[in-house]
Design a protein around this ligand. Structure first.
Ligand code: LHQ
Length: 262
């Protein structure tokens, strides 16, 4: 597929997907949905061991392109549920189910579904000048693309309700303080910080990192005893991996481990 709304490249096991409609703050149109979907499906086969999702220009992503959501000339209104069913739900599930860890590199404003995508990544790191806006209530909608799932879990229900109902701009430093994101980094240090984080995860024990995501997601809906069972099962599986053998060998030899993701 020829990409016109995103850039996608894999280098040193790092896949970098850049939303690339800067004049619209990287808002999602139908073409971008198709292209992101295509790129996500390629990530593992391309040898990547981490995905970095970021935006071109001064924004990260402003959510749905509202230009595509004008009522038709005959006044008929669009079925937004259809848009979620066909585009946003598969996108969030693809991202959360990606077989490599994911980083949202939030270079600028993340609004609406754009903020949801950042929260759906395993780690979100934001430039200090970036901001998060639950823009949905401003246009009479409910938070979507997983925002009602991620937001209360990350920020707690009181802050989630305030953010969602008021639609206020949350600066990156406060987002980090509130636990929405992993870190807020000064703008000048942001590109290098993202590269370091990506290199770190790309050389990590990939299967263990994926099972970590899976276990933590599962924990929200399971009693402790059942969660302990899940940890046992995952640990049993990981105990047979090359990465575990390498980790233990490296520890004994007092050297850095060389994980392969196997
Ligand atoms: C945009 C957009 C945009 C088009 C900036 N669309 N052009 C799911 C399912 C189905 C339907 C509905 O939605 C969803 C999920 C959602 O994502 S709903 C939420 C949709 N997003 C929003 O409501 C955010 C709208 N944007 C904004 O509120 C502002 O642009 C923010 C606060 C993000 C940034 O403000 P500024 O920094 O002041 O930039 P700006 O507003 O001047 O935007 C720059 C340009 O980008 C501007 O175009 P122009 O031609 O005037 O330079 C905007 O029109 C355009 N743009 N967001 N979502």
């Amino acid at each position: 597929m020829n990409y016109t709304t995103i850039q996608y490249a894999v280098q040193s096991h790092v896949a970098r997907l850049t939303l690339n409609r800067p004049e619209r703050l990287n808002a999602f149109n139908a073409a971008m949905h198709a292209e992101v979907c295509d790129a996500l499906a390629r990530v593992a086969a391309d040898g990547a061991r981490v995905l970095v999702l970021t935006g071109a220009g001064r924004g990260f992503c402003a959510g749905q392109d509202l230009g595509e959501r004008q009522p038709a000339a005959d006044g008929r209104r669009a079925d937004l549920g259809d848009s979620i069913e066909r585009h946003y739900k598969p996108l969030v599930l693809a991202l959360r189910g990606l077989p490599v860890p994911t980083i949202a590199a939030v270079n600028g404003v993340a609004a609406g579904a754009g903020a949801s995508l950042a929260l759906a990544c395993d780690l979100a790191v934001a430039a200090r000048s970036a901001a998060f806006i639950q823009a949905f209530s401003r246009i009479g909608l409910v938070p979507d693309s997983g925002a009602t799932w991620f937001l209360p879990r990350l920020a707690g229900p009181a802050r989630a309700a305030g953010l969602a109902m008021l639609g206020e701009r949350l600066d990156a430093a406060t987002a980090a303080d509130w636990g929405l994101i992993w870190r807020c980094v000064d703008d000048a240090e942001f590109p290098a910080a993202v590269d370091r984080l990506a290199a770190d995860l790309a050389s990590g024990p990939t299967r263990a990192l994926l099972r970590t995501r899976e276990a933590m997601d599962a924990a929200w809906s399971r009693p402790l005893a059942s969660q302990l069972d899940l940890e046992r099962d995952f640990q049993r599986e990981l105990g047979y991996t090359d990465d575990y053998a390498e980790g233990v060998a490296a520890f004994a030899a007092r050297r850095a481990p060389r994980f392969t993701g196997r």
